[in-house]
Write a protein that binds this ligand. Structure first.
Ligand code: HEM
Length: 483
């Protein structure tokens, strides 16, 4: 026995020395080797200084341009925005290979200087890879994994009845009703907060930070191109961006503190048996750092979950108007199950395979984030003989609407369940059609989408939403009064 221990130690020692030596040899050998490899091909920069920046930022629907370029340069393309390398992946296989199989180094984000100044780097979706993000992610995994997401279904159902009631009364405001639905679910699930149908105080507060989120990547801020400008004092001529950023940062803090405080002070008095996420985790997130992370993650849910859910349901409405046969087929399936005597419920999911397929198709049809959210690699890498420098990766394949690898959307189960119930109950209750003019002729439906930046959201459009039957109208009114 007594000789075993020293022998073992010796073996371990030899192994670890050789591990260090071989790791050192690897670093020593591969770093110069990597940078000797060619960059992937790509379009020529339009300026020596800013590279392809203007093409990236000012081409409408840049994802279409990427597809066009891919024909010429191949599935892996290299572009440059000032000194920032940008790699565009045009195939699903390459995205899986890098963003999933090599997710250890491809899971970060490149945070624009303006985002940092405005405090958006507190948002889970924007955070760089590291211990802070891991803790954020744990909160989302724990709260939105498939079985936890089932617990929110009564909330989703109640809020859905409110939306149907809105459709019945003011169908012309359908987009506002969908947005209220998406926000109401998130705010109740996370903070236990019941939003008012109109002009809600907390909705206004969290919404007031959204313009900054959209603008954070804009080239209109010089600091995004010349990060050193972030050091100039805010009183300096031309430093208006700093004043804007600091106002936005204060609003971000105010929104996350106010919503969290609401949850903590109301829980004791609510007595409705539901413990919102912010409250149920507060016992285990007590240190100042953990508490900050809990508040940040909670606040991230609204920004990440509302626009995406709202956009998907709006796209479903567009799709049903454009494809009336699919609408009819879906309504027939629902009628076979409910006989028009009740609204569809989550328990009907298994009996409505066409609705299930329709939801999948709608999500895939017009992805809201056609380029996903750019992942950033925090180490240089080699792939298919190319040098992949530390930088940004844009995935241009639409197969994975919820993203990739370690950054995959953690709210997808909740989001999809909301979309499913919206699709089933709207189709059960309403006919969705083009509007008609005074002579009864159908007006064309021309839905436009946002074209710049990373999102592709439907812009407001008009359509006709009418109850299918008197019975359907009655069912909505009954549910409304039950709630
Ligand atoms: C149909 C609705 C939704 C769609 C299409 C969608 C899509 C996406 C996509 C494409 C990403 C980027 C993934 C990546 O970088 O690889 C993402 C990230 C994220 N989503 Fe969703 N999402 C939806 C609903 C939700 C909901 C309801 C929530 C909140 C409960 C949510 C929370 C998040 C968060 C926190 C992130 C950032 C994850 C990270 O960076 O680690 N999403 N989502």
């Amino acid at each position: 026995m007594s000789t075993l221990l020293p022998d073992c130690t010796a073996v371990v020692l030899v192994l670890s020395i050789s591990a260090v030596v071989s790791l050192w040899a690897l670093i020593w050998n591969t770093q110069p080797l990597l940078s000797k490899l060619p960059y992937p091909p790509g379009p020529a920069p339009t300026s020596a200084m800013s590279g392809n920046r203007i093409q990236i930022m000012s081409t409408p629907c840049v994802w279409r341009k990427y597809k066009e370029w891919a024909e010429e340069y191949g599935d892996i393309m290299y572009l440059r925005s000032f000194r920032q390398p940008v790699i565009v992946l045009n195939s699903f296989e390459d995205a899986v290979e890098l963003l999933e199989k090599r997710s250890r180094i491809y899971s970060s984000r490149s945070v624009s200087p303006m985002y940092k100044l405005m405090g958006f780097n507190a948002n889970t979706a924007i955070k760089e890879y590291g211990p802070d993000w891991r803790k954020h992610r744990r909160i989302f995994q724990q709260s939105f994994k498939p079985d936890s997401s089932l617990e929110y279904r009564p909330i989703q159902t109640r809020k859905m009845y409110d939306m149907l009631y809105g459709f019945l009364n003011t169908p012309e405001d359908f987009e506002a009703h969908i947005k209220t639905l998406a926000g109401a679910i998130i705010l109740f699930v996370i903070y236990g907060y019941d939003v008012a149908p109109k002009d809600d105080h907390y909705v206004k507060l969290v919404e007031s930070t959204r313009p900054g989120f959209g603008l954070g990547l804009s080239p209109k801020w010089l600091v995004n191109s010349f990060p050193a400008l972030r050091h100039i004092p805010s009183w300096f001529p031309g430093a208006g961006f700093k004043q804007y950023a600091s106002a936005m940062s204060e609003r971000n803090i105010e929104a996350r503190e106010a919503t969290y405080k609401y949850a903590m002070t109301t829980l004791a008095s609510s007595g409705n048996g539901y413990k919102p996420i912010a409250c149920s985790l507060s016992d285990s997130y007590t240190s100042p750092t953990d508490l900050r992370i809990l508040k940040e993650a909670a606040a991230s849910g609204y920004g990440a979950g509302v626009g995406t859910t709202q956009g998907t349901i709006t796209i479903f409405i567009e799709a049903m108007i454009l494809f009336p046969d699919a609408q009819k087929k879906a309504q027939e399936e629902i009628d076979r199950v409910t006989r028009g005597k009740r609204l569809p419920e989550y328990d009907d999911e298994g009996s409505l395979p066409y609705i299930q397929a329709l939801v999948r198709e709608v999500v895939r049809w017009k992805p809201l984030l056609p380029l996903c959210l750019a992942h950033a690699n925090d180490e240089d890498d080699m792939y298919k003989g190319y040098y992949i420098p530390k930088g940004i990766l844009n995935d241009d394949d639409m197969t994975y609407v919820f993203g990739f690898g370690r950054r995959i959307c953690p709210g997808r189960h909740l989001g999809l369940a909301t979309v499913w119930l919206a699709v089933a109950t709207i189709l059960a209750s309403f006919n969705l059609r083009r509007r008609r003019d005074a002579s009864g002729n159908e007006l064309p439906l021309n839905v436009k989408y946002t074209e710049y930046g990373v999102t592709c959201y439907p812009l407001p459009f008009e359509c006709s939403i009418t109850p299918r039957t008197d019975e359907a109208r009655q069912l909505i009114l009954e549910k409304r009064y039950e709630a």
